[in-house]
Structure formats: C-alpha cells, structure tokens
Design a protein around this ligand. Structure first.
Ligand code: MSP
Length: 671
C-alpha cells in the first residue's frame, strides 16, 4: 500500500504564517498517520516561486530573484523543521525537474489541441495571480487583497477549459470522494454546472517564469506552472519509473480559496495531457486570528515560530488539529491556546502521565505488574477508541480522532479516581486488584500515546518511553495500539511534561480538571521564571511558556469579557438539539444539581443540570428543552453528564430553561 500526499506550494514573497503552517501541520498529521498504519508514504511540499509578487519583492530588496528564492527556501525549511513537518520531498518551481515537467505538460496540452492563441484584456490581481471579472470587484478592488488590479492587454495562450465541463462533471459523479469535504464539493459542482470559460495560461513580455515550449517569447502562467509541481515531484518529465510508482497522487491538501484551481483546472489539465487524476482533494478551512483574517496590514498575522516557542511545537500542533474541525474555519487566540494547553495537557494528559508513573513507582518500584485480574472497562474503552480514531483519521476528521484520544485520557483519569488505588494499596489482600488497576491505567496511557504520535510526535514518543516502550517511534505501528493483555515492562519517571500556566481566565478548566488522587501530586504550577531549561531526556521538550501580559492583566471585578466574534463554521461545530425530558430527579447532597434522563432523538442520555433550585422534577418530565449535544462528558457529583441544558441567565443569574417552539421534536438540530 502506498500513499502520495501533497500540500499547496507556498508563495515566497513572505514567510509562513500560522494559516499556511496550519495546512502543513494537518497534512503532516495525515502523513504520519499513514506511516503509523504501515503505508509506504510520500509527502511532498514546496515553494511557488514564479509569482510576480516574488519577482517584485526580490527587486525591492535589490536581489536577483533566484538568490531571493534560495534565501526563502532556507527560511521556510527552518519553520517546517521547528514544527516537526516530516516531508519526504520539497520541490521548487525554479528547479530543473519542475521546468522539465511544465514544458512537457504544456506541450502535451498543446498537442492535444487544447491550447490556442488569443488576446487577453482585463483586470489582473497580482496577489491572487488571477484575472478578475468586473463583477468580482467592489469599488474597483479585489475583495481578497483589497487592492486595485492591473489592466492588462496582451497576447495570451488559452487552455480549452470549457471542453472539460462535462468530463469533469462525469468524474465528480463517478468519484464522489474526489472533492472533500462535502461543502467544497457542492461549491465546485455549482461552479462547473454554471459553465466554464477557457483560461489564459501564459504571460507575454515577462522574463520571470518558464518559457512555453511552443512559443518561448511567453512564459507559463504561474498557476498552470505551479499545479504541475505535484506530477513533477513524482517524476513526470524526468523519471518514468518514479512516476509509475507514485502517480496519481492520493491526496492534495489545500486551502478552500484554491479549490477551483485544484478541482477544476488541474484535473482538466491532466485529462488533456493523458494522466490519471488524483484520488482526493481536501479543501481545509481558514485559520483566523481572534476572528479576523490573517493579514499583515491588519496586524493579525501570527508567526508560527513565536507560537511554537511560546508553549512548544507539539502543543501548537495539538491545538490546531483538535480545536479546528478539519474542513471548517477556526480561530487562534493566545488566550484560547493557553486555556487548551492547561486543560488538555497540563491537567489531563500531563497529569495522567505523572500519576501513572508515580503510582507504579510508589506501589511497584516502576515495574509494571502483569495483572491477574482481567481488564475490564478501560480495555473496552481503549478498543472502541482505536476503532473510532481509525475511522475518523481515514475520513480526515482529524479533530474527531483527537477528541476520541482525549476521551480515553479522561476515562483513564476517571478510572484511576473511581478505582482509588491509594485505598487498595492499604489492604495487602487487594494486591491483585491494585496490580490490575495499575496495569490498565498504564496500558491505556500507552495506547493514547501511540494514537497521539501523528499529532505530537516528540511528546507522544516521550510518553511512550515513560510507559515503558523503548522502541524508536518510527518502528511503532497502529496495530501496537491494540490492547495487550499482559506485557511486563518498566516505566520511566520524568519531570512534568507540561507545567501548568497560571492564567486569569480558563473557564472550562474547572469542569475538566482531572480527578484528585491524594497520594500522587498533580502537575506543578509553571514557575514564574520566563524561561526554564528543557526537561532532561525530552528532545525538544516544550519550553515553559511565557504567558503574554494581556492574559495576566487582572480583570476589573464584574468586567464583562469582550466576546470575540466567531465564524459560522465555529458556531456550526456546536451541535444544539431539541431533547425531551424523560425523568428528572434531584442529585442527592446537592442543592443545585438535577439529574435528567433525556431523549435526544437518536439516543437517550443522562445530563446533570444546575436547575434544582428553580425547577421541581415533576414539572420537567415531558418537557422539550435544548441541549448541547456534542459536549465532552463531564462528571458532576460522580454522575457522568453527557451534554448541557441551555438556559438563559435570568434575574440574579437564576437559570431559565430555553424552550423550543411549537413543531419541535426530539433530535431536531437547533441553529
Ligand atoms: N502558491 C499558491 C498555491 C499553489 S498550489 C499549486 C498559494 N500560495 S499561498 O502561499 O498563498 O497559500 C498556501 C496555502 O496556504 C494555500 O493552500 C492557502 O489556502 C493556505 N492558507 C493561506 N492562508 C491561510 C489561512 N489563514 N488559514 C489556512 N490556510 C491558509 O495559494
């Protein structure tokens, strides 16, 4: 089995920002997952150099464009190395192999009768590197770059894109999986169904670019040039054996702004040149900064190196993969990054690592006991987690896969709390039971570490080592994440992986804080020193973070938190549903909590809600309510609550249940 995946190649007129880095990180997660699954993988990235903006930037700096591009290659590679991006090949569009491929494909399209000479007159946005129609401009400006395009009139060669309208539609119908996710597929279908115009594929009178083989006075248009990189790197035009091995590509990972080029123009070019089409194109969403587009002029560009330095490359990767539903838009803010670091890493996973190793050390001298008692609940959860994870990763639902792993981490923390090993340890007659608990917790941790390898390559490898698996991470396979019934191994102790940050507002931390074990200390708070040396034995261990001043600034009492705007995709990632209350009872020993059994349309669930002071149980039964359906389970007074009931904050903050209107029924989505 083989898998060839690529990312978009980046324009080099500026350094990578967090948005472009997001794409590389998510593609890297897929590449690492494929390798973990034992699939022979080729992961390509590269730089797109023949853009006019690149040429201009080099000029501005007084550099020859090739020298400038060489310098930028180093700058890009440095960022990718820092973020642990494991590409196998890196292509530049000024390289000889790329030039050979572009000339071969241009000639092939020409020979197929798909290229003809004409004149182009119209608006051209250099930042988009695309011609713009009058209707696309607002106040004469490109809506993406807010700049005035240039009026161009020149001899151009055109590619008969219109000829491929039906073949493309046929291809989309025969291969519904070609364009992902669904939302992008629908956009492209609508676009192609509405008709395709031929496109210009050359620029006259320019020197920066690859000359057309059949008319060297023109250079190839930068997009026609750039798309060919995927085939060039697989040997097209230079290495037939390599091409036979790796083409067609399995997956192009690209941003949603350039799906048109990848799902319409590129497949039409390949059809014309007689090459098979890639199997999937995945158009991911945009990463915004505090709800705003990343833009230099708005000062909303986040430097990925700064973000990686702040809390470590692996926590950054986890944040981007776990917090942004893959395919939708997402947001980055320093505050949210720190919050998630505290909740997921310091409190949950980091605490689990410390507590498992500390317990096995304390009770069994770090030698993990082989259990006599058969493993129970945690084993079942681990097996289910692996299945969910695989299914999600295979659908590129990377965020769902991460949610599954963290549900396992939560379950393991809860398992430790409910099994109370510290109590078992007091009774020598229960030594076997204690061994069972220690084994199960360590085994679940080992499994979670394997599943985290694609996202947190350095830290997960370290967790695996602490869980007693000393193999080099590249030798580990996904099948190793199957529950092993009894392997004797020695755990390894180490310093806290992610010291907790002291921040003012971490609203969800309280709810999700890991269980408390009186015998094992929780994670230590982060020291105040701005820089603490890397933890010993952890290659590239995350630096102890610097909390930005903004988040340290105390809030005035009662000051409202300024709400950050969210995108529609972010809103849609919260699944609100109508549900019906089946039973309601007060939670013993709690004034506020009510335990509800609800019908959510597709299933029944238990939800614990803080409404017991305002509502009588009897008045709730049969009532329709609105719930957050996809909230992570949380334990309240020992009861697992699966979801949250929506209530308005009435007088004195007292909850008033939100009631869906007439015609509503359990299971209906609220939006
Ligand atoms: N050079 C072209 C791609 C040619 S591929 C044959 C290009 N380059 S780019 O540098 O502008 O963008 C590179 C990739 O980063 C694109 O897939 C783009 O969608 C993605 N992103 C740019 N800004 C982004 C965000 N803010 N968020 C997520 N991805 C973003 O387009």
């Amino acid at each position: 089995m083989r898998f060839y995946l690529t990312t978009a190649i980046d324009y080099v007129n500026s350094r990578p920002h967090l948005g472009t880095a997001y794409e590389k990180i998510t593609a890297d997660v897929i590449a690492r997952y494929k390798r973990l699954s034992g699939v022979e993988t080729r992961f390509l990235m590269g730089n797109d150099e023949h853009s006019q903006n690149v040429f201009r930037k080099a000029r501005e700096l007084g550099l020859d464009p090739n020298t400038y591009c060489d310098q930028m290659e180093t700058a890009f590679r440095d960022v990718w190395a820092k973020l642990s991006i494991s590409f196998d090949d890196f292509i530049r569009t000024t390289s000889p192999r790329h030039r050979a491929a572009v000339q071969q494909m241009a000639q092939a399209c020409y020979d197929a009768g798909d290229v003809y000479e004409g004149h182009y007159e119209g608006w051209y946005c250099v930042s988009c590197e695309a011609f713009k129609q009058e209707k696309d401009l607002v106040d004469g400006k490109c809506q993406i770059h807010l700049t005035t395009p240039e009026w161009i009139r020149e001899k151009n060669y055109f590619f008969r894109l219109s000829k491929y309208q039906q073949p493309l539609l046929d291809h989309y119908a025969a291969h519904p999986e070609f364009i992902q996710p669904e939302i992008r597929r629908n956009e492209i279908l609508r676009l192609v169904e509405s008709g395709l115009e031929d496109i210009s594929i050359s620029r006259a009178g320019q020197s920066w670019g690859i000359p057309l083989p059949f008319d060297p006075s023109s250079v190839v248009y930068v997009w026609f040039d750039a798309l060919i990189n995927y085939a060039a790197a697989a040997g097209y035009g230079t290495d037939a054996a390599l091409l036979a091995k790796w083409w067609p590509a399995d997956l192009h990972v690209i941003g949603k702004d350039i799906t048109r080029f990848h799902c319409v123009v590129w497949p039409a070019m390949l059809m014309s040149a007689g090459l098979p089409l890639p199997r999937h194109v995945f158009g991911h969403g945009w990463v915004h900064f505090k709800g705003q587009k990343m833009s230099k002029s708005l000062g909303t560009v986040v430097d990925p190196l700064e973000a990686a330095d702040r809390l470590g490359p692996d926590p950054l990767r986890l944040y981007l993969v776990k917090e942004i539903p893959y395919g939708g838009d997402g947001d980055f803010s320093w505050e949210r990054f720190e919050e998630r670091y505290n909740v997921d890493l310091a409190n949950n996973l980091g605490n689990l690592v410390s507590r498992v190793t500390a317990m096995v050390e304390k009770y069994r001298g770090l030698a993990l006991p082989v259990p006599v008692v058969p493993s129970g609940r945690l084993r079942a959860i681990s097996i289910e987690t692996l299945a969910t994870y695989r299914d999600a990763m295979d659908r590129y639902a990377l965020h769902e896969a991460m949610a599954a792993v963290f549900a396992l981490v939560d379950a393991t923390n809860e398992f430790i709390a409910s099994s109370a090993p510290w109590a078992l340890a007091k009774d020598p007659a229960r030594a076997d039971a204690l061994s069972g608990v220690l084994y199960d917790a360590a085994e679940a941790l080992r499994i979670a570490a394997i599943l985290l390898l694609p996202v947190m390559p350095t830290c997960a490898a370290e967790i695996l080592r602490r869980a007693g698996d000393l193999r080099p991470a590249p030798d580990v396979r996904l099948t190793d994440a199957e529950w092993q019934n009894a392997t004797a191994r020695t755990l390894v102790k180490g310093p806290a992986l992610w010291p907790r940050l002291e921040i003012q507002s971490a609203p969800d931390a309280a709810v999700e804080t890991a269980v408390t074990d009186p015998t094992v200390p929780g994670p230590p708070p982060a020291p105040n020193a701005p820089n603490v040396p890397n933890a010993p034995n952890v290659p590239n261990a995350p630096n102890v973070p610097n909390v930005p001043n903004a988040s340290k600034a105390p809030l005035a009492p009662g000051a409202p938190l300024a709400p950050e705007p969210i995108s529609i995709d972010q809103f849609m990632s919260i699944e609100l549903r109508v549900a019906k209350v089946l039973t309601a009872e007060r939670v013993p020993k709690s004034k506020k909590l009510m335990q509800l059994r609800i019908d959510a349309g597709t299933e029944e669930r238990t939800i614990v809600a803080g409404i017991a002071e305002e509502y009588e149980p009897d008045t709730l039964v049969g009532r329709l309510i609105v719930i957050v359906f996809n909230l992570k389970p949380a334990k309240l007074m020992g009861i697992e609550s699966n979801g949250m009931v929506l209530a308005a904050s009435g007088a004195d903050g007292k909850p008033v249940l939100v009631e869906p209107g007439p015609g509503s029924a359990p299971g209906m989505r609220v939006r």
